[in-house]
Design a protein around this ligand. Structure first.
Ligand SMILES: [Mn+2]
Length: 395
């Protein structure tokens, strides 16, 4: 057994989907993660797979699920009787309700459960709740490509992130999960990695010779399937050409309507020479329907980026959420979502329920009555950010 895992570590058996320095450096950690999962499967641990409800999260959850099921079949491990549970979540962090849910679940099992969290859970907001399930006797795996809290390295038994080895969010969670899952079972669908890269708009996404319908269809059905134990539904979708086509069409119709109507609910402002579009997302996207406000804003910002050149920031708001999207030029001019959110927390304190994501794509959940005011504050903070990073004028 020991020799077997050494040869796994050499990377001979599992080919890297993206062969570069970051993935090579991350490989031993991913092998370690696979070994931990195997060990717990042999020991009879129940497994809870939690994943974010976007393409990246879903493909990551699905890959780990396929890997575990395949490994168990090969090794003759029985996984009957609800030993593997899968849970889809829309929250960007491991919330109190999830903690309560998992602690309740803990009572059903005599063995320590293994929790595998995909595409969320590594941020500041998650750490406290995660350390609580740790002390309640869970074994914790976090696979996440979002900027992470320092403490997560100690909190999780295994933490897999491209940031640990000098990478960034372009290495999607689905990519890492497929890589780990392949070490469990070689039959895992490798295309899941490509769907995740496409879904998260990674620089590694394939540009040609690849169908983009799957990620869109997955995103579309994410709102229609039950939230628990739903991975079979995605497997079925991916295997059914007609269903893929049908759901893809439904999604495209919704997107078309949003793009045709977004101008009516958008205001364009000029902030220190940067174009900032403020969009009333509540008028364009309905709660619980495809696309979510965040995804809707992705399409809108893409449309604006195509139409104009130069720095562009889109701020979408509705109900209790604010989403931010910034293009590369805005980033170059000094715009950083993390700094904006940090300052916003300073000003609004308790009213901010959660905030984070990536530097160019982030979201904030907060007290609904203060959302309008917070959008104005974000515009002021954006102006500050851009002026500070400007070189002094030449005399
Ligand atoms: Mn992701």
């Amino acid at each position: 057994m020991h020799f077997l895992s050494i040869s796994f570590h050499s990377g001979e058996f599992v080919k890297l989907i993206i062969e570069d320095e970051v993935m090579k450096k991350l490989e031993p950690k991913m092998s370690e993660c696979a070994e931990l999962i195997k060990k717990n499967l042999h020991e009879g641990s129940p497994v809870i797979i939690r994943f974010n409800d976007d393409v990246d999260g879903i493909t990551a959850g699905l890959a780990i699920y396929e890997g575990i099921m395949g490994y168990a079949r090969t090794e003759g491990i029985k996984l009957a009787g609800g030993r593997v549970k899968t849970i889809q979540t829309s929250s960007p962090f491991y919330e109190k309700v999830e903690l309560v849910h998992d602690l309740e679940l803990r009572k059903q099992f005599s063995k320590k459960p293994l929790v595998i969290i995909c595409d969320y859970g590594a941020n500041e907001e998650s750490v406290e709740n995660l350390s609580k399930i740790k002390s309640a006797g869970f074994i914790l795996v976090v696979i996440d490509h979002h900027p992470h809290a320092k403490e997560i390295k100690e909190t999780a038994d295994t933490f897999i992130s491209p940031f640990l080895v000098g990478g960034n969010s372009d290495y999607s969670t689905g990519l890492l999960a497929v890589q780990i899952a392949l070490e469990l079972w070689e039959g895992v669908n490798k295309n899941l990695a490509w769907f995740s890269l496409q879904g998260d708009k990674s620089v590694f996404a394939k540009e040609k010779g690849f169908s983009f319908k799957e990620p869109v269809a997955i995103d579309y059905v994410a709102n229609e399937v039950p939230k628990e134990n739903n991975l079979g539904a995605y497997e079925k979708l991916l295997a059914d050409k007609e269903a893929l086509e049908r759901n893809y069409e439904k999604a495209m119709n919704k997107i078309k309507w949003i793009l045709d109507n977004c101008n009516r609910f958008s205001k364009v402002r000029n902030v220190e020479g940067v174009r900032v579009v403020v969009v009333k997302m509540g008028k364009l996207c309905k709660k619980g329907e495809y696309p979510s406000k965040g995804k809707g804003l992705n399409f809108i910002s893409e449309q604006f980026i195509k139409k104009c050149n130069g720095a562009l920031i889109c701020i979408g708001y509705g109900d209790d959420t604010i989403s931010i999207r910034a293009n590369a030029e805005a980033y170059e001019k000094g715009f950083r979502s993390s700094r904006i959110i940090r300052k916003l927390r300073g000003e609004y304190g308790w009213a901010i329920k959660s905030g984070g994501g990536h530097e160019q794509a982030a979201s904030i959940r907060m007290n609904e009555s203060l959302v309008g005011k917070a959008v104005e504050t974000i515009l002021e903070l954006t102006a500050e950010e851009i002026t500070i990073s400007k070189p002094p004028p030449e005399k």
